[in-house]
Write a protein that binds this ligand. Sequence first.
Ligand code: URA
Length: 425
Amino acid sequence: MPNPVQLICRKRDGEELSAVEIRSFIDSYVEGRLPDYQMSAFAMAVMFRGMTDDEIAALTEAMLRSGVVLDWPSGLPVVDKHSTGGIGDKVSIVLAPLLAACDLRVPMLSGRGLGPTGGTLDKLEAISGFRTNLRLDELQSVVERVGCVITGTTSDLVPADRKLYALRDVTGTVPSIPLITASIMSKKLAENLQSLVLDVKWGSGAFMRTREQAEALARSMVRVGQLLGTPTVAVLTDMNQPLGRMCGNAVEIDESIECLKGGGPVDLRELTLTLGAAVLRMLDGRNTEDARELLRTRLDSGAAYERFERMVVAQGGQLTTPLARAPETLLRSDRAGYVSRMDVAAIGYSIIDMGGGRRVLTDKIDHSVGLEMLVRIGDRVDRNQPLARVFARKSAEFAVESLRSSISMTDEPPAVLGLVVGTID
Ligand code: URA
């Protein structure tokens, strides 16, 4: 391996490293020959100096090759979606079975809550018995039988990311576009996909607070997908208010089921159709309207819901709906006016405070807590009008008041933003 100190110095001085150099750096780190302090210095140099697209692609490839890359028997196309995360974002739970109902294979490797955002795995575990820790052979068998699976990543997939992410978390090197790109894309590309759609969110409840940051991340990820041979499209979406009405675990499963049966909130259905259509367009070049029509048909006919039920059974779950909810308290507006802004991250933290997420790794989640937003930005409300239903077991009054301070009201109507603000391909 080249001298690691020289590689760190060259990155510190803004030079471009070769793919071979990046690969040897990552390999040494995963094998334990490169200590954490040198990897930390390298990550910080990348944070300040950035990387070229070729370097990011090399880093992504080195990371994805650090573990198993899934191998699929020939057959239906293998596709997936990744979201950078937001409050109320339950699209994965609808989209995986929906795409399976369109004759695609969807091996969706998902995560748990990160910061204020809930995790798809935590939501699915609201279903009694649902297993999210499948082995790779089980994951592949569920995909072959049902068409889709939603489970956690395993230790054999991208070990480089597990080690590097933990280090970044404690060295101030998480918010680096090259490092985020390599982290997300290495995990997705290890699934060995024929097409990938990315939902990159911006706003008060997103990892990327500004639209510009989200766009830069989206461009970087799409470029890397393309350089590494996986057709990739990113959709930029608004996370300045929760997606759908329900936020929490059990309540989000209930809302996902409504959507899977052809109903549900308009924004959730719209985003699901947009992301699904992007996948279909990349695969066979069909136009967006035809793709959306196919997806609508699969939702409205119950075909997507039928796949969901089969996935639940295949993963050990027993579905009884609606799922249990904690007792309800109404949040009423203390004034008349327009809903002008929501601090969506604060809404996420309120749910964590109610027990719907973890403050420390060992916390047990209460799946029955959460909330239903009854208003959206731009709505005119009267004094005393209900703004949200809060489902809480403990400190319901505290939850209601902290939720109240997350919702701002004005006398004048605010500018209302669109849900989908751009596509990058
Ligand atoms: N999510 C990831 O998987 N990796 C990052 O670096 C950031 C968010």
